[in-house]
Every structure is written in C-alpha cells, then in structure tokens.
Design a protein. Structure first.
Length: 274
C-alpha cells in the first residue's frame, strides 16, 4: 500500500541551533546527527524507498530563536533530484520583505507546493495581520499552509501561539485556503483540532508526532472526518517511518480509511496521481 509522508525535515548542522542539536544528540546520538549531516538527496531517496514512502513533503523552517533556519532554497535544491520529495517553503514574519512577496517567491519562483509555519517558534499568532498577505498569495495559488499546533519539546518555544483555535480566524478570512494543523494540537488540544475539521471543510490534521495507537482515543470522530487526516512522520524525530505506517495499518478502521490516511487524502491535497 502506498504511503505519502507529509511531514519530513532535513537540515544540516549549519542550519540548526544548539537547542536542536543538543536535543537531537541526546535523543539519537552523535552518529545520527552525523548521518543527517552527510545525507545526500540520493541517499535519502533510497532511505525513503526502503521505508515504503512513495512521496514525501520536505519542510523548510524559519525558527532562528528555537530550532534553526532551513532555507527554502536548500529544501528546493535537496528535493530537485528526486520526484519523491515535494518542497514546502517558510516565511520570516520579521523580514523587511512583505510576507506576500516571500510567499510569491517560494511558491512561484522556487516551485514550493505549500508553506510550513511555526508560530510558537517565531513568536506570532497565526492571525497576525502581517501574515495575511502570505495567506492571500497561498490561497490564490491553491497552495497549502501547514501550521505547527500543540506543544513542543524544544526550550524557548512559546506554546500560546500554537493553539489550533487561533486558525479559526485564518480559515474564516481565507475560506478557500487549505490549512493543515500539524500534530493535531497535541497533546491537550485534540478536541479543538477535531472540532475545527467540522467547522472548516478546508482544514486537515497531520498525525505526525502522535503515536498512531492513540488516534481512536484522541480523535473519536476520525471515521466521520477520515478524509481530512494525513500521515506524517516528523522524520528525523521518529527514525522508522515504516513502523509508524504499519501501526496505522493495524488501527481498527476499515481499509478505505487507512488508505485515505496513508495515501489518498494527501494525494488529493498535493494533486498527486499514480
Ligand atoms: Zn515537524
């Protein structure tokens, strides 16, 4: 069964802050850090193939205060040599360049398919008016905007910016914009995230960072809104993508729902056909 992983990070040591590097070393050890530093697009393509991932969304990041800056240009360049990876850009809200122009550059000039934003690392509310130009551009271009929601392991995160209900304003003001709530507001805003699916038809939840076995408990209405849940690994935070996908396959849902989470919901969103 095919898999799309909508939530993958690749960054080099030079992109990452000490906060991230310390976390990563403690969690996975120096060899894993070195392996990521040495990662080439060809090696990663092979790795994803072995993990059973047919397509993956590769995320840029603009979080200089917390995790680091993985530039849009790096992500696009890394994804270029394989048709397995789909690059997403990021936005610097504090730049002198208007966020609309940044979005236009990422989506049009660089060819990103969407944007990934981390308000709790960048210290702004998702409904900050400075971001509205970027949302407008993304909506007009049919691009996807992913937001980190919920808590984070990293020091200096400010969680108040990561509440999923803050996306209500964005979804009301940009009704055609397709929005992904990464991590579904984990670990204490699952209910709010799920409620947002009912309220806004263009909202989605990416399940990255949530142990799949918890999905039925965390999202009791998943079967009703199954066409809005997306598989994501948050790699490299969980090394084995295959085992996470296998855990989804073992959930007590019918085959259509499992296939939708692992493949067809993201395929529809990203306009991928096989
Ligand atoms: Zn992530």
């Amino acid at each position: 069964m095919s898999v799309i992983d909508i939530h993958i990070h690749v960054g080099k040591r030079e992109h990452l802050t000490e906060i991230f590097l310390n976390y990563f070393r403690n969690e996975f050890g120096e060899p894993a850090l070195q392996a990521m530093d040495d990662l080439t697009p060809a090696k990663f393509d092979k790795f994803l193939q072995l993990e059973g991932v047919d397509k993956g969304v590769l995320l840029s990041e603009y979080s200089p205060e917390v995790t680091g800056v993985v530039p849009n240009e790096f992500t696009v360049e890394f994804a270029r040599s394989t048709d397995r990876l789909i690059p997403f850009g990021s936005i610097n809200i504090n730049s002198s360049v208007d966020t609309g122009a940044q979005a236009e550059h990422a989506l049009k000039d660089l060819g990103c398919k969407g944007l990934k934003l981390l308000p709790s690392y960048g210290y702004y509310y998702p409904n900050d008016s400075r971001m509205y130009d970027a949302y407008e551009v993304a909506q007009n271009r049919g691009a996807i905007v992913m937001f980190h929601t919920g808590t984070s392991l990293f020091p200096k995160t400010r969680v108040r910016y990561a509440h999923p209900l803050l996306l209500d304003d964005v979804a009301v003001d940009f009704p055609e914009l397709r929005i992904v709530m990464c991590h579904g507001g984990r670990p204490f805003w699952y209910h709010e995230s799920e409620w947002m699916l009912r309220r806004h038809p263009n909202l989605f939840i990416d399940i990255s960072g949530i142990p799949p076995v918890q999905l039925p408990r965390n999202f009791p209405k998943l079967e009703r809104f199954y066409d809005r849940f997306l598989f994501g690994s948050d790699w490299p935070n969980f090394i084995s993508i295959r085992s996470q996908a296998d855990q989804v396959r073992e959930l007590p849902y019918n085959a259509e729902i499992i296939e939708a989470i692992l493949w067809s919901n993201a395929a529809r969103l990203l306009e991928i056909s096989i």
